[in-house]
Design a protein around this ligand. Structure first.
Ligand code: 3SL
Length: 248
């Protein structure tokens, strides 16, 4: 039996705004933005993209564009003028993206990645890579924080449910402990949503926002678990995918 105090921690932070309250304590930070940034990133790697550089601002994205990179940018759910693609997972399923380096800037997700990177190893979490990510995290045996990107620093349901799923699994191994009420709340949200995540989120704010933009297919894709068995990890300024063979 592992001694209580020796177990590693897993906690949930509801929004980037709250991140300064947690950041000193965690070696791995799972950045989650289910609708849609981290789902799009997983889709990119699943479809053979070599690297993805997440940038916080549209200005940085434009700088990369001037240097000839393939660059996507999204704000308020829409493709930013002057860019060819944004944040839809389907944008990354193009054969010509295979083996390429892509640059991406989004409203919340890529900002969260850049906030988290100063404090620990950043790994990308979504419902689409849930099972492989959970297994990989357990194997690391490190203190893990699930950082929900939310919407403009506010709490959202879909990221919290995904964080709750990760936390629930890690706690079930007996190797990890959790102390914060936010983590307990995330776990219980996941437990009440898990049998029908799409239905549970029907009235959620971001689902409504994307529905109003006719992005129903994106919503369905992003809320379907385990379509992308990839683990994107930040290496310096870019995300790369850890080989699937080294995961399980
Ligand atoms: O905030 C983000 O990073 C995006 O995922 C938002 S949206 O889904 O493209 O609206």
């Amino acid at each position: 039996m592992v001694d209580l105090d020796e177990r590693k921690k897993v906690e949930v932070c509801f929004s980037p705004y709250l991140f300064p309250l947690y950041k000193e304590e965690f070696e791995i930070i799972v950045v989650i933005d289910v609708l849609r940034a981290t789902s799009a990133i997983c889709a990119a790697f699943q479809n053979g993209v070599k690297e993805l550089i997440p940038v916080s601002t549209v200005e940085e994205a434009q700088d990369y564009q001037k240097k000839g990179f393939l660059v996507g940018a999204e704000r308020q759910g829409q493709i930013v003028e002057g860019f060819d693609f944004g944040n839809s997972p389907f944008s990354y399923m193009r054969p010509d993206f295979k083996g390429q380096t892509i640059v991406l800037s989004t409203t919340n997700g890529t900002k969260s990645i850049n906030i988290a990177k100063e404090s620990g190893r950043v790994v990308i979490g979504a419902l689409s890579n849930l099972d492989v990510l959970k297994e990989w995290l357990v194997k690391q045996d490190k203190n893990v924080l699930c950082l929900c990107s939310g919407w403009q620093n506010k709490f959202n349901l879909e990221d919290t449910i995904c964080a709750g799923a990760i936390l629930d699994h890690m706690l079930s191994t007996g190797q990890y402990r959790s102390e914060e009420d936010a983590s307990i709340a995330a776990k219980y949200l996941f437990l009440s949503a898990k049998d029908n995540i799409l239905g549970y989120l029907k009235a959620s704010s971001h689902r409504r926002r994307l529905k109003n933009l006719n992005l129903n297919e994106d919503i369905k894709y992003c809320l379907t678990p385990n379509t992308c068995p990839v683990i994107p990890i930040l290496d310096d300024d870019r995300l790369i995918s850890v080989g699937i063979d080294s995961i399980i």
